[in-house]
Design a protein around this ligand. Sequence first.
Ligand code: TYD
Length: 210
Amino acid sequence: MFITFEGLDFCGKSTQVSLLKAYLESISLKTLLLREPGGTEISEKIRDILLDKKNSRMVMEAELLLFSASRAQLVRDVIIPKLNEGFIVISDRFHDSTTAYQGFGRGIDLDFITKLNSFVIQNALPDITFFIDITVEEAKKRKEKNQFFNLDRIEISNDDFYQKVRNGYLYSAEKEKRFFRIDGTKSIDEIHNEIKEKINFMLEVKRGIK
Ligand code: TYD
């Protein structure tokens, strides 16, 4: 099973991916957790270029291709082999981030992004995508609380950009059946339980119980 998590920066994804991994391991399932961009030696180097604030001159076309390059490597090097070995693979962000951030956020042609995404991911389409949804106002509140952390090149973007990104996610949530939207203002436990319930149901379906 291939599970991805999506949402605005500060939506709480990272906490939830870790909790889900711990849960799946507690029921003896082999689980691999990845983050995007990154997850292979080459992809981590690309990540450094992408998130480095010194690269403020990066054009959006280069940004799109770098996220895609990082992902192309991760899919072939790690995701497909691990799925074939029977692992449950969880990725903190995947191609839907490109649709939301580069497509809706930056305004790059969506048809082109859709084609590029399928060239990059081939058959590695997620079985389910948890979209942890918070408003831009909520994201801003959380960001201000975390101001002492170093914000990366993308996180320093303005509200207008983030509003477009959120619209992008809402668009995908409408369009894609695999999207499962969760209210990101719920408590950590509530969100974790919703995710667990959904995954348990999917595991039972896979085992032929439901
Ligand atoms: P990261 O520190 O991993 O953020 P988070 O913990 O919120 O996932 O940084 C990834 C940043 O890159 C994040 O701001 C979203 C952005 N991004 C894109 O713009 N396009 C993409 O395709 C991906 C994967 C991420």
